[in-house]
Design a binder for this molecule. Sequence first.
Ligand code: HEC
Length: 140
Amino acid sequence: MLSKAAARNFFLVGTFLCFGAFVLLTIDTISKVPAQTNAENLTDSAIRGKHIFETNNCMGCHTILGEGAYYAPELTKTYPKRGAEFIRLMLTDPEKLYPGQRKMVKYDFNEQEKDDVIAFLKWISEMDLNGFPAEPDLMQ
Ligand code: HEC
């Protein structure tokens, strides 16, 4: 049985050690963000694409980087999976690609805005996300 003083010391040392580890790991994570996100590749177009993404409520239906709603596909790896032209078609006339199915909003984007969204999705897809999203474990 610990004495009261020993229990207090145990609590204090444990708390400070864990807090110190938390601070160090946080600093380590933050210092890796620019390299893992390829911050140097963040073009003006990709930044405009992010604003378009946010102001048009894409996350009301989609997830990206795992966040958002679960009605429509995860968009983190859409760029390498589908390619720019498919995304452009989706942003032009989604009904044409999936007639009579779940609906995506038909947006009235001009070509520049579509390029910007595509640049944003490309930049997102190139991030090092420590393996997210995981490949499905399909049996051979
Ligand atoms: C009302 C819900 C809704 C909103 C809002 C929405 N989408 Fe979609 N989106 C969908 C659905 C549903 C699909 C899938 C079509 C299907 O498989 O039937 C889709 C598919 C896509 C695809 C193709 C993904 C793939 O892997 O096939 C892209 C790219 C996409 N959406 C981009 C966007 C962007 C960018 C925005 C915002 C500007 C947006 N979506 C807003 C519902 C939505």
